[in-house]
Structures are given as structure tokens and as C-alpha cells.
Design a protein around this ligand. Structure first.
Ligand SMILES: Nc1nc2c(ncn2[C@@H]2O[C@H](COP(=O)(O)OP(=O)(O)OP(=O)(O)O)[C@@H](O)[C@H]2O)c(=O)[nH]1
Length: 166
């Protein structure tokens, strides 16, 4: 659990770090179901980890809730001398999947706060949109209910006075 501030609002976030190894995949998939935001992380010093991202994306598409927010992360940005994946490759992949992209380093703290704040922001935005949708639907239903009720009502005073006009 961690509390971060987004747009002046304090948000408590629960972070799960899922295992990357294949043998834990059955358990990992169960985490997806309750996730609202997901970081897809590769290691900039490992081309193989970058190639794996496509597999992660298809797993997320299959097992995570529909509106889940995703961000692509190229971690270990401090390992410049071991770099196997260019920053542009990360940017390109993120663009293909419509995700935001950050290069981060858990060692130097590069973009750690920024990426967590951004993912939280995206989750909150998605929630707000969902809520607005629900509110619109609810008020439409209310309007409809009122209309239907009006139709069933005996004539009101306005209509009664109109009757006197004739
Ligand atoms: N140089 C560098 N090393 C890192 C960074 N982040 C993690 N590491 C190292 O990478 C190794 C693996 O880190 P983990 O946090 O276990 O990675 P993981 O993806 O959770 O691993 P699994 O879930 O077990 O597959 C550890 O030795 C970390 O110290 C980073 O930003 N820079």
C-alpha cells in the first residue's frame, strides 16, 4: 500500500509485483482480474525481455478487466553501458499499443514517482469517465421515469386553467 497525491487528491494504491517466470504464470493471471492499472516492464539491457512484452500484452488483453490502464516501462535505465533496447524502440512499441512510455531506474529513482503518478491519474480518469457515463444514464432514466409519470397524471392546474379558456 502506498499513498500518492494526484491533482491534490490523496490516493491509496495497492501495488502487486507479479512474478515474471513462466512457472508462476497460473498465479500471475489471477492478479490481472483485480487490476485497474498495469505496468508492463522490460529491462533495457535485455532484448529478450523487450520481446516478451508482446506476450504480456496478449495475456493482459485476455485476463485483465476491459478498462484496465497500461503503461510500458523500460527499466534499468542506469545500465546505459549494457543497453540492448533503444529508447525509440520502447517509444515505438508503446505507440503501437497506445500506451504511455517511461524509461525508469529503481536504482537512481529515475521516473519512478512520475510513472506511478501517471498510472494512477489514468485509472482515476477512466473511473471518472465511467462514473459520468453512469450518471448520464441514471439521469436519462430519471427523465424518462418523470415523463412516464407525467403522462399518467390527471391534468394539472396549468392544464385546468387552460380548460377554462375555452
Ligand atoms: N541496475 C539496475 N538493477 C535493477 C533495477 N531494478 C531492478 N534491478 C535488479 O534486477 C534484479 C531483478 O530484480 P527484481 O525486482 O527481482 O525483478 P523482477 O522483475 O521482479 O523479477 P521476477 O519477478 O522474479 O522475474 C535484482 O538484482 C535488482 O537489484 C534497476 O533499475 N537498475
Amino acid at each position: 500500500m502506498k499513498t500518492i497525491e494526484v491533482d491534490g487528491i490523496k490516493v491509496r494504491i495497492q501495488i502487486w509485483d507479479t512474478a515474471g517466470q513462466e512457472r508462476y504464470q497460473t498465479i500471475t493471471k489471477q492478479y490481472y482480474r483485480r487490476a485497474q492499472g498495469i505496468f508492463l516492464v522490460y529491462d533495457i539491457s535485455s532484448e529478450r525481455s523487450y520481446q516478451h512484452i508482446m506476450k504480456w500484452v496478449s495475456d493482459v488483453d485476455e485476463y485483465a478487466p476491459e478498462g484496465v490502464q497500461k503503461i510500458l516501462i523500460g527499466n534499468k535505465a542506469d545500465e546505459e553501458q549494457k543497453r540492448q533496447v533503444g529508447r525509440e524502440q520502447g517509444q515505438q512499441l508503446a505507440k503501437e499499443y497506445g500506451m504511455d512510455f517511461y524509461e525508469t531506474s529503481a536504482c537512481t529513482n529515475l521516473n519512478i514517482k512520475e510513472s506511478f503518478t501517471r498510472l494512477t491519474e489514468l485509472v482515476l480518469q477512466a473511473h471518472r469517465k465511467e462514473l459520468e457515463g453512469l450518471q448520464t444514464r441514471a439521469s436519462n432514466e430519471l427523465a424518462l421515469a418523470e415523463l412516464e409519470e407525467d403522462e399518467g397524471k390527471p391534468e394539472g392546474p396549468a392544464n385546468s386553467s387552460k380548460t377554462c379558456w375555452c
